[in-house]
Write a protein that binds this ligand. Structure first.
Ligand code: GCW
Length: 677
């Protein structure tokens, strides 16, 4: 039967051998749930899921001691009805206890949304025909697990590849919030607890009366799923929208203005999550306009939010996009540390500095941002992208969990001690009260949410990793495939193989050795355009000339960026011999004839990698074709279309990049594929 992808991984398709599950409970007990509470939602979801998976209709009660029931509720409600339970003390905020016994299932959340997370977890097991009896507590790695949407009020989406906004149209929040609610449901199932609904290049008109009423509607749609609403703000709003003569963060009238706006939002959205702010970046206004610090700017919002319990996500993506390339020492990668390091400890407790995973901008390969190691007395969160801005716009299959894992597991060795990025963004390393992750997702009205069926594995993986960064990329994709495409073994193995090969393939046919993606950076961020990197103010330079390539980020001779890392890491990146090949050109400027650890020269590696990556992309087509008849026709055809396109575009990538560097260097390809032979 045709499937359009709108249910994503929440299809609740029938399992092949339901008899494997001997003791399906006969009722659902959703404890003390009022309509629109997440526990109520959990009850509905269990009912729907069990109906879909087993074809069995269960009734829902809100209290009960039935002998064979699925009980879902908060710890508090559970205790009231059934008495103490041992695991109660082990529950952190948003954590849940799941116990599956022969004739009883208990799903107990530390709070309402946690109970819903537990219900989704139980259903995910059932939907994967995993009927084992288990009992465990699952707690989140960090409290902030948000998504960011770069939706504009006119309904367009910056760097969105799945059609127009599901939140806005013609300047206003949409009347119909059905799809927004469906999105919140998807997010709750992967334990995302906040959505910032508008573009960080923010339009202050979001703060008008009609839109604030609209925010209320959206928050009402999200609330049953335990997802909180947040918004991006334009720093100049007091002036541009409020009519004040200034937006100076230290001007008391500005403070009062923000407090009023914030109060107004909270009077409509009592559980409002907070603000996301892009300031002094790419032409956006900010505190630096008034010679105030970035901390002054962030704390202004923090003060307004504090009485309500809200938080400020303040982006670290602050840099000068008019850098002069002729200065060898200029380096955009240095900006975040330069702007923020002296402010460590100066941010209010409800400010979180949101840091892109790498020092530049969502490239196919970057080291972790050094800022993670420089802020020890500041809450931090990592910013990832599900939307494939530089990674093929969802026209290319690029499963991102392996890339995110490399960053999250990277040990920055702060004070020569274990300091993995994942432990810095949680409280583990610096004992900060807040922290976590945000991912730019940019879903749109396309039925597949992201414009491609396979791209949804990235959204799924994001949620799983935000909850538990120790999860393995391959385990995540296998769960996702079973939930998305069912139980066929060949489908499982084939889509796993394609996915696991996809990021390395994309890296191979785009930018290698840490030189960056080599896509067009001036307009589309799509397709090969190595020439666009250099000789402009954006600072995504490769510094390629006829003999050499790469950014010299050493302390001894370059921009000093390597020295922004803690000593052990700085030393590793300072020296060519100890820099991993895949970041060689990120940190070093070398001749094309430089030998890699593999023994190949840089230029020969470019040529070979491009052939290899493009060849891998061709195999995705045949691999997918081998699944014909094993997947519903609609999704089979739609994915095939994408894979054929990717295969072709990979060849365009291969030949453009190889020809470009052949022309630049004049060095022939040893295998005689590149150039005029
Ligand atoms: O990567 C760049 C994008 C911009 C984006 C900016 C940011 C929303 O090209 O479109 O602006 O990053 O992250 O703020």
């Amino acid at each position: 039967k045709a499937e359009d992808g709108s249910h994503a991984w929440l299809r609740y398709a029938p399992v092949p051998n339901p008899n494997g599950y001997r003791s399906l409970p006969s009722t659902i007990v959703a404890l003390n749930s009022s309509k629109s509470s997440p526990v109520y939602t959990a009850g509905q979801e269990l009912q729907k899921g069990i109906k879909g998976i087993f074809g069995k209709s269960l009734s829902i009660n809100d209290t009960g001691k039935g002998p064979s029931s699925v009980v879902v509720g908060t710890a508090e409600a559970y205790k009231k009805n059934y008495g103490e339970f041992d695991e109660a003390d082990a529950l952190d905020e948003d954590g849940f206890f799941l116990s599956i016994e022969e004739r009883r299932v208990r799903i107990i959340g530390q709070n309402q949304r946690a109970a819903l997370y537990g219900a989704f977890e139980y259903l995910s097991r059932l939907a994967q025909a995993n009927f084992s009896l288990v009992s465990y507590v699952s707690n989140p790695h960090a409290p902030i697990r948000w998504v960011n949407e770069w939706d504009n009020l006119d309904g367009s989406i910056e760097r969105g590849y799945a059609g127009p906004s599901i939140f806005f149209r013609d300047g206003y929040v949409m009347e119909n919030v059905t799809r927004a609610a469906e999105y919140a449901r998807l997010l709750a199932s992967i334990r995302v607890n906040g959505i910032v609904i508008n573009n960080v290049n923010a339009n202050a008109a979001l703060l008008n009366e009609r839109n604030i009423a609209g925010l209320g509607r959206l928050a009402d749609a999200f609330r049953p799923y335990g997802v909180q609403l947040g918004i991006s703000l334009n720093f100049a709003s007091p002036q541009d929208f409020g009519g004040l003569p200034t937006f100076d963060p230290l001007d008391p009238t500005v403070d009062v203005w923000w407090a009023n706006v914030t109060n107004k939002i909270y009077s409509r959205v009592s559980d409002f999550a907070g603000f996301l702010v892009k300031a002094n970046s790419e032409g956006q206004p900010g505190p630096l306009t008034y010679n105030r610090t970035l901390a002054d700017g962030a704390n202004m919002f923090a003060r307004a939010l504090k009485p309500h319990g809200g938080i400020v996500m303040f982006r670290a993506f602050v840099y000068d996009h008019h850098l002069t390339p002729s200065n060898w020492k200029n380096d955009r990668a240095n900006a975040a540390v330069e702007f923020f390091k002296d402010l460590d400890g100066k941010f209010d407790d409800n400010v979180v500095v949101q840091i892109k995973y790498g020092p530049i901008d969502f490239q196919v390969r970057e080291p972790p941002s050094p800022l993670f190691s420089a802020l020890r007395k500041t809450n931090t969160a990592i910013e990832l992208q599900v939307t494939q801005e530089y990674l093929g716009h969802q026209d290319h299959l690029v499963y991102l969990a392996p890339m995110w894992k490399e960053i999250l597991e990277f040990d920055l060795r702060v004070d020569n001690r274990p300091s993995k990025v994942k432990d810095i963004i949680s409280s583990a390393r610096f004992n900060r009260p807040l922290g976590g992750s945000a991912a730019v997702v940019n879903v749109g009205t396309n039925t597949t949410w992201l414009g491609s069926h396979l791209a949804m594995s990235n959204l799924y993986a994001y949620g799983i990793l935000a909850w538990n960064p120790a999860a393995q990329a391959e385990d995540i994709i296998r769960d996702w495939i079973r939930l998305t495409f069912g139980f066929n073994r060949q489908v499982l193995d084939t889509v796993t193989e394609m996915s696991m090969k996809s990021w390395p393939a994309y890296e191979n046919y785009s930018g290698n050795l840490g030189v960056q993606t080599l896509t067009d950076i001036l307009y589309t961020h799509y397709g090969p355009n190595p020439a666009s990197q250099d000789n402009n103010g954006w600072g995504q330079w490769t510094r390629a000339d006829s003999v050499s390539i790469g950014m010299d980020r050493t302390v001894k001779n370059g921009t000093g960026n390597a020295g922004q890392y803690p000593p052990e890491i700085a030393m590793m990146f300072e020296n060519i011999e100890t820099t991993p090949d895949n970041l060689l050109l990120w940190f070093h400027h070398v001749p094309y004839t430089q030998r890699l650890k593999s023994g190949k020269t840089v230029i020969q590696h470019f040529y070979d990698a491009h052939y290899e990556g493009a060849a891998t992309a061709q195999t995705f087509v045949t691999m997918w074709e081998s699944l014909k008849g094993k997947i519903d026709e609609q999704r089979y055809d739609e994915v095939l279309f994408e894979q054929v396109y990717q295969a072709g575009h990979a060849l365009v990538w291969r030949d453009s990049i190889n020809q470009f560097y052949y022309n630049m260097s004049g060095i022939p390809d040893q295998a005689k594929r590149v150039g005029n032979h």
